[in-house]
Design a binder for this molecule. Sequence first.
Ligand SMILES: N[C@@H](CCC(=O)N[C@@H](CS)C(=O)NCC(=O)O)C(=O)O
Length: 232
Amino acid sequence: MKDDDLYLYELAGADFDLRFSPHCWKIRMALAHKRVPAVLIPCRFSEKDKISFSGQGFLPVLKDGEKAINGSYEIARYLEERFADRPSLFESGGEPLARFVNTWADHTLHPSIAKIILLDVFECLGETDGAYFRATREKRFGMPLERVVEDRPGSLDIFRKTVVPLEHLLAQQPFVCGETPGYADYCVFGMFMWARCTSRAQLLESETNIIRWRESLLDAFDGAARSAPIRS
Ligand SMILES: N[C@@H](CCC(=O)N[C@@H](CS)C(=O)NCC(=O)O)C(=O)O
């Protein structure tokens, strides 16, 4: 490890190359946006000792020299300040509105997508991580994983209703942030990457503006997201 390198610790599946965490994807896109390279370190649920230096157990974690930054939103703000001369994550749209979009993505989109893909995520994990995931997520949802996803058609329907405002917004402008993408776009896009990497579920059907937006972010930064491994 070199002292002046940045290290991004990302959640990984049984296949180390499968990096599926929505919050880690937010930061992958943020780093690419800022043209800041980082060494990407895979970390499974059962390998939290790798991030013990951060004093907590959630990913992503950014390590910059002696500093550990936790929480995707805090990491984005850190990158914005630390690399102030690079393309801004918050210039279009503004930081407080990006915070709102992040909150909406985490508290509305994430649970809505979970009801569609949670079992698929479980299937991407090895035995040890799978057992941990089942125990923690069943506690969180108050029911077996199988029951969380038992009405997938109904959950897909609800998800598609949930994204109607996004569909309308993207009919009027190419990105959530306006003419060019910014961190608020990556907050939403991270949720779609979570599904793309772990599941074959088709989240979108007739939401053509969201599909166009998602395609263009898949292609952004030389196709960094499109070329990321997905579940085989
Ligand atoms: N608010 C945090 C959430 C991070 C988070 O929940 N990360 C998940 C992976 S998607 C995690 O590391 N979970 C660890 C665990 O459940 O033990 C952020 O935005 O970074």
